[in-house]
Design a protein around this ligand. Structure first.
Ligand code: ADE
Ligand code: ZN
Length: 338
């Protein structure tokens, strides 16, 4: 029987390592929360919101992303947002998620840090109990804001170490190099937070080097432009630093407008640990499965490439060793039976 990539992708046990919880805010929930919280939106219908989602660059998207999150106010809002994403992930056979959140996107507009964290973490706990989905929470610093603001956010995280596993760096990349955050990353590493960072999405390959050298990250989020530096590619392969790729995001933000030209296969061929993720699914037109389907279709990925990508997500996860091994064994069992 010939290999059916779509059924394989749908049935495969999955993990997602690059997802911004605020980027899962669907237009219908945005409208509902705007009503609940008496927030005026610039758009009057779900269709109008969707039509506005046309982005020429990362910044075009970020402007709408920050505007959209203004409807999130109460702990219940953050719970509803997170649990809706986790329910979707359960339906997609996703077993493990590592979720970014952007506290400064909320504290800057007067929302209390713990309102955000309590809502998100109670949804993660409910999904663990009801769906068996394991999770890690990664708190991102907004790189367009100051180092002082990052330190203030870090001080909140220090009081909630039991619930925040790692730190990340996101928002407007160009002009905000990783080195701007060297000191807060060092302080966070000293406190036991695991570091990751967005780098080489729009910014140059030198930002990927800085993320590795100055921030000492354990994974690079995106990293597309690392390919411009062959020595850096060799280094990422040698040090086995995973890259969390987001195909539909790359397409919609014009990082790679034509997915048939996406560098994913080249990265796999170079021995990089690449994973597939959705980034901000409600803005970019698809969740985890959609991202697998889109890239598989565009690059005509074969069964072996899909297996590698699927397994990589568990390999590159921050699960403790015994849970990671169990997840990989479950994945391999699925492969042997499909
Ligand atoms: N915040 C949410 N999505 C992002 C992305 N793709 N790049 C940088 N910051 C982000
Ligand atoms: Zn991202």
């Amino acid at each position: 029987m010939s290999f059916n990539a779509e059924s394989f992708i749908r049935a495969m046990p999955k993990a997602e390592l690059h997802i911004h919880i605020e980027g899962t805010l669907e237009p219908d929930m945005m409208m509902e929360l705007a009503k609940r919280n008496k927030v005026t939106l610039p758009h009057n219908s779900v269709e109008e919101i969707r039509t506005a989602y046309q982005f020429g660059s990362l910044q075009d998207f970020l402007d709408l992303y920050y505007a959209g999150m203004s409807v999130l106010k109460s702990e219940r809002d953050f719970f509803d947002l997170t649990f809706a994403y986790l329910t979707r992930m359960h339906q997609e056979n996703t077993r493990h998620v590592e979720i970014f959140f952007d506290p400064q996107g909320h504290t800057e507009r007067g929302i209390v840090f713990n309102t955000v964290l309590d809502g998100i973490s109670s949804a993660l706990e409910k999904a663990r109990k009801e769906y068996g989905i394991s999770s890690r929470l990664i708190m991102c610093f907004l790189r367009h804001l100051s180092e002082d603001s990052a330190f203030e956010t870090f001080s909140h995280a220090c009081r909630c170490k039991d619930r925040i596993f790692g730190i990340g760096l996101d928002s407007s990349e160009k002009g905000h190099p990783p080195s701007k955050f060297s000191r807060v990353y060092r302080a966070a590493r000293d406190e036991g937070f695991v570091p990751v960072a967005h780098a080489g999405e729009e910014g140059p390959s030198s930002y990927v080097c800085e993320a590795l050298d100055d921030l000492k990250v354990k994974r690079i989020d995106h990293g597309n432009r690392a390919l411009e530096d062959p020595l850096l590619v060799q280094r990422i392969a040698r040090e086995q630093i995973p890259l969390t790729m987001c195909p539909l995001s790359n397409k919609r933000l014009q990082v790679c407008p034509d997915l048939t030209k996406h560098p994913l296969q080249k990265m796999l061929d170079a021995g990089l640990i690449v994973t597939i993720n959705s980034d901000d699914p409600s803005y970019f037109g698809g969740y985890l499965t959609d991202n697998f389907l889109a890239i598989s279709d565009a690059l005509s990925l074969d069964r072996q490439a899909l297996i590698t990508l699927g397994r990589n997500a568990f390999v590159a996860s921050f699960l403790p060793d015994h849970e990671k091994q169990k997840a990989i064994d479950d994945f391999d069992l699925f492969i042997s039976q499909f």
